[in-house]
Design a protein around this ligand. Sequence first.
Ligand SMILES: [Zn+2]
Length: 213
Amino acid sequence: MDDLFLKNMQCLACKKNFQTSKVRRSKYSVIKVDTDFCTYYRGENPLFYNTNICPHCGYGFTENFRPPGEKARVELANQIFPFSLDFSGRRNLDLAVLANKRAIECAQIQREKEILKASLYLQVAWFYRAEGDTEAEKIYLEEARRYYSDAFEKDKELTNVGRVLYLLGELNRRLGNDKEAILYLSRVINDKSINDPGIIRMARERWQEIREE
Ligand SMILES: [Zn+2]
């Protein structure tokens, strides 16, 4: 059990304290990273523990969540507690997927930023990819694509625009939408305001891959 440690948390919704497991930084290392940043680890997967589930009220959140406002808190409080499961200890893939799906529900209720929802959906897609469930992976990749697109269109405070555009290209490529993929990737390559050499190089590689197909 010593690859995990218990972290003290405070629920953003009900404000009660609880403990949840995280993976010690010294106990995992990166084996490889896919072209959409899906990361594979030696040792316990730290991504399985990104989402905190409050055992008191069932609220699910990551460190990027804002506290829910009054209206969202009432709506959350009126929900029947969705789990009788213990999320505080070691998590298998099923628990990790459930925890992320719960965070997505909470993000929807409190109208979180599109970019945050996109990353939660993308993470679930990665979990399914690791399991070899390509059908479920596609469903979540499609949702991630939709929310990245909304974020790009609507979010005036969006940072990391190059990365978002690259992901829009790459997710479209993975979903078989080559035309859209090329539009986004060429934008990364040609937009002078994007000055992230790593992202521009990756966009060139993906574009080349589509042309060679
Ligand atoms: Zn709570």
